[in-house]
Design a binder for this molecule. Structure first.
Ligand code: BEZ
Ligand code: FE
Length: 292
């Protein structure tokens, strides 16, 4: 096809995918080109803006390392991650809602014992968490595997602290007991800004947006026969609950972390100062037909 114009170029590009034997790839690429071209037409993108966009995406790729995923952060702050989660994690009524995984999850953390202090020296007020994992029928899910991770009082994850040399803090992997309980000690999570020292930070500043996420604890829970749940428990009150920088808050995930004065903690520890207690139930959805 010659003499391509602004009017026929979209069709011309889509026709080039006609020989693609992967029907899903053909559908995705065709739709992507349609929407991308429509976007360029709708905003009448200038050449300078196009060059700026290429520069932005290049810088986003260059900001990625083994420890940092600026593209996921871009997806998060543009609401794409949460949209993909919402489309793919439509759990039945009564099951705990899912939210974004985020960039700070670490695979393969060593398993900790029930009741372990996951804080490992992380700064923050002590937290004692008791989370019970149930099925939709209300029966406890034993031997479920749970990854837990969170920011410390300074709003930093262990992976954002090079001084730790890769050691884990305020992070752990636990297994539920026979009654479905996960019990661990950690620190009170605090609100924190997503990283703003890269291109995503420039985008947030240029568009007058803040970078804050409300305080939360991340959980990923998996067990045979159930859908893997990736979620957060958000601590209320928090000024950022209604304007989370990554659009991840769901009302059902907002919980109270009870504050206690000095005294005996739930695990029997005598606490000389204030501490917090989180008690919550997570409900797993049964595995969809055909999933492992
Ligand atoms: C997080 O909660 O860890 C997170 C999620 C999305 C972007 C940045 C951080
Ligand atoms: Fe987080």
């Amino acid at each position: 096809m010659r003499n391509i114009t602004e009017h026929n170029i979209t069709r011309a590009v889509i026709e080039r995918f006609a020989g693609c034997s992967d029907a899903r790839l053909r559908q995705v690429m065709g739709s992507l080109v349609t929407h991308l071209h429509d976007f360029v037409r709708e905003v009448a993108l200038t050449e300078a803006e196009w060059a700026q966009a290429i520069g932005f995406l290049t810088a986003t790729g260059q900001a990625c390392t083994d420890q940092r995923q600026e593209f996921i952060l871009l997806s998060d702050t543009l609401g794409v991650s949460m949209l993909v989660t919402a489309l793919n994690q439509r759990h039945p009524l009564g099951a705990t809602e899912a939210t974004v995984l985020g960039p700070f999850h670490v695979e393969g953390v060593a398993e900790a014992a029930q009741g372990a202090d996951l804080a490992q020296g992380a700064p923050g007020e002590p937290l004692f968490a008791e989370v019970q994992v149930l099925g939709l029928d209300g029966r406890p899910v034993a031997e479920a595997e749970a990854d837990v991770w969170q920011a410390d009082a300074a709003g930093l994850y262990d992976v954002q602290r090079p001084e730790l040399g890769g050691a884990h803090r305020a992070r752990g992997r636990l297994r539920t007991d026979a009654q479905g309980w996960l019990r661990f000690r950690s620190v009170l999570p605090t609100a924190y800004p997503v990283p703003t020292d890269g291109p995503v930070g420039q985008m947030l500043r240029a568009t007058g947006r803040h970078a804050w996420r409300p305080a939360h604890l991340h959980l990923r829970v998996s067990a045979p026969g159930f859908e893997t749940l990736v979620t957060h428990l958000f601590r209320e009150p928090d000024p950022w609950l209604d304007s989370d920088a990554v659009f991840g808050v769901r009302s059902s995930l907002v919980v109270r972390f009870e504050r206690h004065e000095a005294g005996t903690a739930p695990d029997g520890t005598a606490m000389a100062g204030p501490f917090h207690v989180l008690r919550h139930r997570l409900v797993l959805a049964p595995a969809a037909q055909g999933s492992p």
